[in-house]
Ligand binder design. Structure first.
Ligand SMILES: Cc1cc2nc3c(=O)[nH]c(=O)nc-3n(C[C@H](O)[C@H](O)[C@H](O)COP(=O)(O)O)c2cc1C
Length: 395
């Protein structure tokens, strides 16, 4: 069993890469993550001109129980290309075998893309990731460029003209049809796509100042939403690209655990990238990620990450293929029920009024239950499951 993988002709010791962002903002941070065991890294996006970064620029979004996501209004790196060349040399000296992908951004002028490539290519870069997906840019850059096939096509061609290394295009989820964009990338001869960058978002409003959050000197902007909350969106993007295009995929968006990563691989990602979870929990999460994935593969008789790639796709269909004759009903395991009443409230107002608390325990009326699954998700102790109900006809 090995987590080693060959992707785009590049050897990765494991499929867990640092995504472009704060965890890859400097050579020292990348080296530190490599020491912890990360399999590769995509640098913070590098442009011909560095940007300044607003203070504050991060807003963690919480619900009553957990951290849910994070909106950032960050731009690209604040370091110059020449400084990055020095940083890349440091990383290569410390970890010559650990692949570095340089994230790059330009606009509508080929020089902006090609000059960055020319200056960084001699410094050990193994592939380029075109950032055409950051929602925090206007004026034909970032997501604005990546949402428009007419702008995207020439940009990919300029980059390809400037390099023989694999060109990866990082897509934005902020489009109606991400598969159409993936096909444009494919037609242009890029090597792979990363799906996805952040989802466009507005973190909130400061109700005293009546200003957007995060508030920078009294005003604010839309930002990019990341973290666990966006996983269903990014996972859907990866799965639909895997079904509708032939390009290899780097999965990204809300990955926190080995299970998240395995799910991305199961719907077609070859390797995965992580950003927010590292910012929240530290580079040390790599141990749980590699351990968990390794054990999962072994327990399912899968010899490599490749063997898992895309294995869930044949079961991902569209309506009307879903089998409406499967009839399920909720069932409570009394020993696990703590009588909190969350299922009762949810079922009363958002379900079928099928659950009551009797002597402090949830009791389900299977005649009234419609098998929607809400109570299963609300139960904090996993006391409820759905079981097959024979003899009930629908309708
Ligand atoms: C603060 C912050 C800065 C980011 N900067 C970049 C960037 O410079 N270039 C880029 O391609 N993606 C950038 N991203 C996006 C991440 O690489 C990643 O695509 C996104 O956050 C979703 O993954 P996650 O949920 O694991 O964070 C940034 C994300 C965050 C949170």
């Amino acid at each position: 069993m090995t987590l080693e993988t060959n992707f785009l002709g590049i050897h990765f010791p494991n499929p867990f890469l640092l995504a472009s962002g704060p965890p890859t903002a400097s050579g020292a941070m990348i080296i530190n993550a490599f020491k912890a065991g990360w399999g590769g890294a995509v640098t913070k996006t590098i442009g011909l001109a560095p940007t300044r970064l607003p203070d504050p620029r991060l807003r963690v979004i919480k619900d009553v129980r957990n951290l849910r996501g994070m909106v950032n209004i960050e731009l690209i790196t604040d370091m110059t290309v020449d400084k990055w060349a020095v940083e890349l040399d440091r990383i290569r000296d410390a970890f010559p075998d650990r692949p570095i992908i340089a994230s790059i951004m330009g606009g509508g002028d080929p020089y902006e893309w090609q000059e960055v490539i020319r200056r960084l290519a001699p410094h050990g870069v193994k592939a380029w990731e075109m950032n055409v997906s950051c929602p925090n840019f206007a004026g034909g850059r970032g997501a604005h460029l990546g949402q428009d096939p007419e702008c995207l096509r020439p940009a990919i061609e300029w980059v390809k003209d400037a390099t023989d290394l694999p060109v990866i295009v990082k897509l934005t989820p902020n489009v109606t049809d991400i598969v159409a964009l993936a096909r444009v990338v494919e037609e242009c001869g890029a090597a792979a796509v990363t799906a996805t960058n952040t989802l466009s978002g507005l973190a909130g409003i400061d109700l005293d100042a009546l200003a957007p959050l995060p508030t920078v000197g009294g005003i604010g902007v839309f930002g990019g939403y990341s973290g666990p909350a966006i996983k269903p969106v990014s996972l859907r993007c990866v799965a639909s690209i895997a079904q509708g295009a032939k390009l290899p995929i780097l999965g990204c968006g809300g990955i926190e655990t080995w299970k998240d990563a395995a799910e991305y691989v199961a719907v077609g990602a070859s390797v995965v990238q992580v950003c927010t979870a590292i910012m929240w929990q530290g580079v040390e999460i790599i141990d749980d990620l590699t351990d968990g994935l390794d054990k999962y593969l072994a327990s399912h008789g899968l010899e490599s990450v490749d063997a898992l790639c895309g294995r869930a796709l044949p079961r991902l269909v569209t309506y009307p293929s879903v089998d409406m004759d499967v009839i399920l009903r909720a069932q409570v395991e009394p020993a696990l029920c703590i009588g909190c009443g969350l299922c009762v409230r949810g079922c009363a107002s958002g379900g079928y009024q099928a659950i009551n608390l009797v002597d402090g325990l949830a009791v389900i009326d299977r005649e009234e239950c419609d098998g929607c699954g809400l109570c299963v998700g609300l139960c904090p102790t996993s006391a409820i499951k759905l079981t097959a109900q024979a003899g009930i006809a629908r309708g």
